[in-house]
Design a protein around this ligand. Structure first.
Ligand code: LMR
Length: 328
């Protein structure tokens, strides 16, 4: 009888314990504003999880580098301090050199080509290339093509000579400015506005949505529409955290994430044009459209960067990315 009572007590406390189990917490840390493709994607993911896994999984979103800068967030994921992030593909080079392919100047003709490459066999393989570092890539998220801003008009590569440009932590991006005789400065995103405002640097490269949402256009007199490179993200988690999610929870989290990414990609497409138009309408910065021969000059001037990084990235990977420019 005593044994029966003890067993019953055990079962009861296990059930009660199960009912009261604290929800699994997913902290999503990012550096951009909420009104951006990544910011909106994160909020959509939180909403979907609240609807589908109430009380079981809790998502907290930390925008604007409130929690971690992009240079620290991957380390934080590995340490289990946050569970989800979506750093720019340009910020992975301390983990693998392969993603540097996305930084090669003038590689992709447009965002459709970027999407084709990301969804190709080679692009999907890249997502798993961080596993040995304890990171699991769950998908790509778009932002858009980058533009060049400065405090003087930039029409051709000679105009960049001697100027200081902020770049993300990527040697390819640094080389891209060195080949046009400019000075790259690697700095976190959260510092860019102040660096521009105080004129500690002359310019930077970014997407329309980042230039708009962080008000860079208010402290830069000119923005040249170069579309010279892509700024996209990897949605990433810790291998350990992902593998440890209960088997009835993981598929729901994954489905919600994929839906949030699809939504974020639609936002990226809309905001790219919308934010560019908002900047033009503000009249705070002049938007320069290049002629095709001026754009060709930038392309030619930056071309040596490809050769410089070909061995690190891999010629096959560069070729696969180039193929994505052709529509089959
Ligand atoms: C940057 O540092 O310029 C971007 O990576 C910011 C972002 O996450 O879009």
């Amino acid at each position: 009888m005593r044994k029966l009572i003890t067993t019953m007590c055990c079962i009861f406390s296990m059930v009660a314990g199960g009912l009261n189990a604290a929800p699994i917490e997913i902290k999503f840390s990012h550096v951009v504003a909420e009104n951006t493709p990544k910011g909106k994607m994160a909020i959509r993911f939180k909403k979907l999880i609240e609807q589908r896994l109430p009380g079981k999984v809790k998502v907290s979103v930390f925008p604007n580098a409130q929690l971690f800068n992009d240079d620290k967030v991957l380390e934080a994921i590995i340490l289990g301090d946050v569970q989800l992030a979506a750093p720019s593909l340009s910020k992975l080079e301390t983990y693998t050199k392969k993603f540097q392919v996305f930084d090669l100047p003038f590689l992709f003709d447009d965002m459709q080509a970027v999407e084709r490459f990301q969804q190709s066999e080679e692009g999907q393989k890249l997502l798993t290339s961080l596993e040995s570092k304890g990171l699991t890539g769950l998908g790509y998220l778009h932002n858009g093509m980058k533009q060049l801003s400065a405090n003087e008009p930039l029409y051709d590569p000679a105009d960049a000579k001697g100027k200081k440009f902020r770049v993300m932590a990527s040697d390819v991006l640094a080389a891209q400015f060195q080949v046009v005789n400019a000075n790259p400065v690697k700095k976190p995103f959260s510092e860019v506005f102040t660096l521009l405002q105080t004129k500690a640097i002359d310019g930077q490269e970014n997407t329309w949505s980042n230039i708009y949402s962080k008000k860079f256009f208010e402290v830069q007199s000119h923005i040249t529409e170069t579309d010279h490179g892509v700024l996209d993200y990897i949605v990433v988690t810790s291998k350990e955290f992902w593998a440890g999610l209960p088997s009835d929870i993981r598929p729901v989290v994954e489905k919600s994430l994929q839906e949030a990414i699809t939504f974020g990609n639609q936002v990226a497409l809309q905001k790219d044009e919308q934010d560019k138009q908002a900047i033009i309408a503000s009249k705070k910065s002049t938007v320069i459209e290049l002629t095709s021969s001026q754009r060709q000059q930038w392309k030619q001037a930056m071309a040596p960067v490809w050769k410089e990084f070909q061995d690190e990235i891999g010629a096959d990977l560069i070729e696969a990315a180039q193929k994505a420019n052709q529509i089959n």
